[in-house]
Structures are given as C-alpha cells and as structure tokens.
Design a protein around this ligand. Sequence first.
Ligand code: G3H
Length: 478
Amino acid sequence: DGDAFKYYADGEWKKSSSGKAVSIVNPTTRKTQYKVQACTQEEVNKVMETAKAAQKLWAKTPLWKRAELLHKAAAILKEHKAPIAEALIKEIAKPAKDAVTEVVRSGDLVSYCAEEGVRILGEGAFLVSDSFPGNERTKYCLTSKIPLGVVLAIPPFNYPVNLAVSKIAPALIAGNSLVLKPPTQGAVACLHMVHCFHLAGFPKGLINCITGKGSEIGDFLTMHPGVNCISFTGGDTGIAISKKAGMIPLQMELGGKDACIVLEDADLDLVAANIVKGGFSYSGQRCTAVKVVLVMESIADTLVEKVKSKVAKLRVGPPEDDCDITPVVSESSANFIEGLVIDAKEKGATFCQEYKREGNLIWPLLLDHVRPDMRIAWEEPFGPVLPVIRIGSVEEGIHHCNASNFGLQGCVFTKDINKAMLISDAMETGTVQINSAPARGPDHFPFQGIKDSGIGSQGITNSINMMTKVKSTVINLP
Ligand code: G3H
C-alpha cells in the first residue's frame, strides 16, 4: 500500500512484499488515520537473522559506547516530542499534555538506563572456593553479565513509546539486539521513536521494528526459534504467549484490578484526589489504574460525595483539547465497558452520574454500592468506570483484593503507618502504595505483578538484569 508507513529492518525503511497494509483507526473520529505495513512471516524470518548477526557485534561494542549512543537517542527522542505526541493523540487519543509527557519520560528512561547499565554491568563477582566444605583455596570464580541475544519487545497501545523504550533501552545497554512489534494503535508513534534511534546512529540491524496483524505474525514471532527473550506488556495475550513460548526468559506485565482500601482515619480529600487521578487519568486505560475502591462503610458517604464533586469537574472531549476523559481506544473496548455498566445496572448498583456514551467517548462514571456478584467488582474495564464497594472491616477489603485473579498493585489510605504496613503485607500484589494511587514510576522502582498480572519484575535495574545471564570463568590452581 503506497500510503502506509514503512517498517524498519537492517537499518532501512522498507515496504512489505505483501503489498498489504493495516489500518489504524483514530478513536476520536473513528476513521482511518494512518496505515502501516502488513509484514509477512518471511519478513519476520529475515529480521530475526539480521538481529542475530547484529547482536554478535554489538555485544563486543564497549559498554561506554553503547551508553553514549543511548544518551544520544534519548536527546533526539526529546527533540521529536511534538510529532510523536501528535501521533499518540491521533492513534490512541491520549490527552495532548500526557502525550508529550510520555515522550519526555521515555527520553529520561533511556538516559537513566544508560547510566544504570554502565554501573551494574561494569561490575562482576569474584569468589573463592574454600568457603564451601571440602575445598581448598584452589578455585577462583569470576562472573560477569552477558547478553541473552535477540529480545522480542511487544508494548501495549496505552504507552506505545514509553513501554517500548522500557524494553529497548535495557536490552540494548546489556548488549542485546531488538525486534520490536508495536501495537497496531500506537504503531506510528513507535516507528517515529525508532526513527530517533536510527538518527542516533545505532548499527544496522540492531533495532528492528516489524508491523502487521497479530493473527498473521503474532504467534510466528513469539514462537520463533530466533527469539532469546520476550518482554511483553498487554492483556490476556500474555498468558497465551507464556504457554506457547520456548525455554526463554519471559517478562510479562498483564492486567490489574488495583484496589484502593480506605480506612476510617484517612485524609478523605487526599483519597478523593488520588481516586480521581488514579481511576480516571487516560480514561482508566492504565494497568495501574485504581479499579476498585474498598471503603469502610462509616466514611463511604463522605468519600463518595467528595469523589463525585471532583468527577463533575473532569473535562470530557477530544484529546487535542487536552480533555481529561477522551475516547477509549476502540469501539470493541467501549462495548466491553458498556457491558460491565449494564450488568451493574441490572444488579442494582447506584449510579453517581448518568451513564453517557457517544461513539468511543464514555463519560466518567462512579458506581456505588457495588456487590461481589457484579462483573465490575472483578473485571478490568480499562475505561472511565470505577466501582465502590463498601466494607465492614479491613479484613473484608483484604479478602476482596486477594480473591482477584490479578495482583499488580494496590493502595491503602490511613494515617496509621503500623496498620498500613500490616495491610501491605497482607495484600497479594506486586506493590502496595501507602497514601497514594498505584503507579509504575519512578521508572527505576521495581514493577511487578503476581498471579495473572505477570511474570518477573520490571523497572530499569530489574529489566537490565533480566535481559542478561551470568557467565562464570573458574581458574583452577594446581
Ligand atoms: O499500563 C500499564 C503501565 O505500566 C502503567 O504505567 O503507572 O506509569 O501509568 P503508569
């Protein structure tokens, strides 16, 4: 297709031999905004070969030089923040300011990765044998961290740039090469980000970005024998990938149903502000969004009133106007969210606002008196709909949180730090935030989910370590 953006392989921009394109629908206009190449399995094979060859040379490139190139890419990325943000606005309806923030945060992440990489990869270990029973001091063990090979990076639509670089930068500093498969919505922003790495002057074939239909190349990519590591962020697809992937390290960040437990002594203005920011920013399309409020009955009316008055102030409309609530990513997503709302209505939830939808735009909705028999109590809407469950005891709140199949983050609001610590220990989630809404950042903090929320831990340091393996050399003395 003549209009489609080219894919990137072997240091060049290419058209697919398929002659076909994949359309990217603008969530706001619901019309085709851009097109990208529909790459073939044959093209995937070629990219894998290229990536493998480039990695061998890259692994021999001095660490400080790798870091230098990453710093350069970070600076170029920041210079290109306006056009990349524009693509984010059109492809995924991210509010204008948040779109710029995503790119700037990504540049910072790449730089931090370069810094962290030279430090942690610049060190190894030295061990002696005589600490283990039966040994004399005749063996010296030297360890260092070596790259895995080709890393397959699959970011989701909600942070196509940031969650791509959070995989690319650790992989590169550690000496790996990259095959990036962007989400369809977000592909153009991703390609533009890759262009910044191209401009920085990375060797040919080291970073490759292949676009296309998941049905055509998805399984082919994730099951490809040339892949040595998969870093994936997204939904249920991750569970399917983990079942099909070979014997390679997997980093998976999947869904969440982050609970916000509110105790009687909490600062309710702080709680309300965090619920609105945590629940409704980017229209709830964040894995770390607050997805269920578990509030003590005695303070529930006051809290719900405070949240309601803040929700009333949210601006609803197009991302270009930097509205707080913008259209959700697709019609099928909007339909799914609507299904949860209808189910809650039928089962008697209290609607704090009137339910309103125009196309993919759904007005923010707080549902009070939600009960465990409602789907919204357990399922992840990935939209601006937030359930409130009133609890009679803290134990009830913890029980609800732990009964979820997800375990990404959670938060607890109280002035009693001792109680907060006990609740944090009791919550089966990768992270618990005390007196703030869940969030992944700052990006060097560990970030992980348990149960269906994921495999492994992310954050800059953990990702660098995950994308390497330990190599030992043992010197045996006579
Ligand atoms: O959607 C999942 C992201 O990892 C959440 O990142 O907490 O910075 O919005 P965030």
